[in-house]
Design a protein around this ligand. Structure first.
Ligand code: ATP
Ligand code: MG
Length: 327
C-alpha cells in the first residue's frame, strides 16, 4: 500500500519583529497510510498546530516553510499552485479545530453551515447539495437530524457542535482529516463519544486521520500510531500500543510516568492536567545546539549537549531520537 501522506524533513519557522526567527518544526519526518489514525502528542508549544497548518499551507504570514516536502496523494503540496491547493483544502484534506463555538457561524443553522462547505467545493445544483447536506447530518445525528439541522449553534451542546464541525469536515468526502485538539473543551463522556464517532467514520469512509492532542489518555484504544513531538522535533514514533505501553524516549517516559492513568480510560480526561516534568519547554528555553530535551532530561549524557541525536530504528516501525539507543 502507498502512503496517503509523506512528510519529509519539514522545517517551519516564525519571524517576530526584532528577533531571530524561531524554528517551530525542524526535520519532521513521518508518513500516514490510508485508513490510519496517527495521534500527534506533545505539550503546549511543541509544534502540533504548526504541523496541522503547515500541512494545509495555512500558516500565518510570519510563518515560513523553509525546507522539506509534503507529499499528499503523490503530489508535493509545497509546489502546488494556489488554485489546486484551494481545491485540496476542505475537499481532500479537512481540518477540525479545537473550539466549536468559535469555528461555527453563530447566525447560521447547522444545515446551512454544512451546505455552504459543499457549495464552496462542489458544482452540483442546489437541490442535490441540500440532499447531500441532509445525508451528511443524518450520518452524524441518526436520531435527531431534523432538529439539529434547524438549530443555531447556541441551541446545541458542545458535543453536538463538534459533530456539526465533523459533518462540515467530511461533507466533501476528504481522504485525510486533521483534528487539532478537537475534544479539548468537552467533558470526558462527550470526548469518548466524539472519539467513537471519529473511529466509526474512519471505518465507514476509509478516512486517514491526524489526531492532535496533549493528552496521551485519549490515544489509547483510538490511534493506530503515535508521534511524540518535543520542541518541534519528533522524539518518538511507533505503534500506539508499543509507544503507550513501552515508551523509549526519556521525554515520553517522563510524560507517562507522571500520568499513571494513561492506559485507564475511565477517568475524566478533560480535567487531566499536563504532567509536570521538571524544567521548561518554552521556546526561549530550548537549547540552540544538541538535543532539545537535554536540559530537562533525566538520562542526559555528554553527547546530548553537542549534537542532535539521529533517528534510531528500534524495529516494528518504532523510532526514537535519543543517544541512549545509538543515534
Ligand atoms: N504566529 C506565530 N508567531 C510566532 N511564533 C509562533 C506563532 N505560532 C506559534 N508560534 C510558536 O511556535 C511554537 C509552536 O506553536 P504551536 O502553536 O504549533 O504549538 P502547539 O503544540 O499547537 O501548542 P498548544 O498545545 O498550546 O496548542 C511555540 O513556541 C509558539 O510560541
Ligand atoms: Mg495548538
Amino acid at each position: 500500500m502507498v502512503p496517503i501522506l509523506e512528510v519529509q524533513d519539514l522545517h517551519v519557522s516564525y519571524r517576530s519583529s526584532g528577533e531571530a526567527s524561531y524554528a517551530a518544526l525542524a526535520g519532521v519526518n513521518f508518513h500516514l497510510m490510508p485508513n490510519e489514525i496517527l495521534g500527534v502528542l506533545g505539550e503546549s508549544g511543541s509544534g502540533k498546530s504548526t504541523l496541522a497548518t503547515s500541512l494545509l499551507k495555512l500558516l500565518p504570514s510570519n510563518g515560513n516553510i523553509s525546507r522539506g516536502s509534503i507529499l499528499f496523494e503523490g503530489k508535493d503540496l509545497l509546489c502546488a499552485p494556489a488554485g489546486e491547493l484551494e481545491q485540496i483544502r476542505g475537499k481532500r484534506i479537512s481540518l477540525v479545530y479545537q473550539e466549536p463555538s468559535v469555528a461555527l457561524h453563530p447566525a447560521l443553522r447547522a444545515s446551512e453551515q454544512v451546505f455552504q462547505v459543499l457549495a464552496a467545493h462542489e458544482s452540483a445544483g442546489k437541490s442535490a447539495l441540500r440532499q447531500k447536506t441532509r445525508q451528511v447530518l443524518a450520518s452524524l445525528f441518526p436520531k435527531e437530524a431534523d432538529r439539529i439541522s434547524n438549530s443555531y449553534p447556541h441551541q446545541l451542546s458542545g458535543g453536538q457542535r463538534q459533530r456539526v464541525l465533523i459533518a462540515q469536515a467530511i461533507a466533501c468526502g476528504p481522504s485525510l482529516l486533521i483534528a487539532d485538539e478537537p475534544t479539548a473543551s468537552l467533558d470526558s463522556t462527550t470526548q469518548k463519544e466524539i472519539l467513537g464517532v471519529m473511529r466509526t467514520l474512519r471505518d465507514e469512509l476509509g478516512l486517514a486521520m491526524i489526531f492532535i492532542t496533549h493528552n496521551p489518555a485519549l490515544l489509547a484504544g483510538f490511534a493506530d500510531r503515535v508521534l511524540v513531538l518535543y520542541g518541534g522535533r519528533v522524539a518518538e514514533l511507533g505503534l500506539a500500543r508499543t509507544v503507550l505501553s513501552s515508551p523509549k524516549h526519556p521525554y515520553t517516559r517522563a510524560l507517562f510516568q507522571s500520568m499513571p492513568q494513561i492506559l485507564e480510560n475511565t477517568r475524566d480526561t478533560r480535567k487531566t492536567k499536563l504532567p509536570v516534568i521538571a524544567g521548561d519547554s518554552s521556546a526561549a528555553q530550548l537549547p540552540l545546539e544538541g538535543c532539545v530535551f537535554e536540559p530537562r532530561c533525566p538520562d542526559r549524557m555528554e553527547d546530548c549537549r553537542e549534537r542532535e541525536p539521529a533517528v534510531v530504528n528500534l524495529g516494528e516501525s518504532h523510532t526514537v531520537s535519543c543517544f541512549k539507543y545509538g543515534g
